[in-house]
Design a binder for this molecule. Structure first.
Ligand code: 5GP
Ligand code: ZN
Length: 113
């Protein structure tokens, strides 16, 4: 747990978020500045800064299974979606509590910018 971390505060319900799924491992909530019709962030309850700091393979599994569950609940599982983890400066990471973006509801470009 990190006192000052934004996503830890959302996990602890100290700041509001539109939560779409939570279980003992992860919390998922809508991005405040959505980049697609569906844009949900899935975070582990535990504070881990970046993908470089992840050591728990099961935790990654819980994040990705939650991403797929959210896609089904949002109705984008069949049309398709993207699950991405931005890591570090060049990866575009701005919040240093590891998270999976779940984006869908429109055709996404590839390669990303
Ligand atoms: P990153 O750039 O680190 O991969 O993604 C961070 C995401 O967190 C961004 O898409 C940004 O819009 C989102 N975000 C930043 N602050 C907040 C917030 O206070 N609430 C929510 N729900 N999302 C946030
Ligand atoms: Zn955190």
């Amino acid at each position: 747990m990190s006192e000052s971390c934004l996503f830890c505060k959302i996990v602890r319900k100290e700041i509001p978020a539109s939560i779409v799924l939570e279980n003992e491992h992860v919390v998922a909530f809508r991005d405040i500045d959505p980049k697609a019709p569906t844009h949900v962030l899935v975070v582990p309850r535990e504070h881990i800064a970046t993908l470089n700091d992840v050591t728990d393979a099961a935790m990654v599994g819980h994040l990705m299974l939650a991403a797929a569950e959210i896609a089904r609940a949002e109705g984008i599982a069949e049309s398709g979606y993207r699950s991405v983890v931005n890591c570090g400066a060049d990866g575009g990471q701005t919040v240093f509590h590891v998270h999976v973006h779940v984006l869908g509801g429109r055709t996404l470009n590839w390669p990303p910018g």
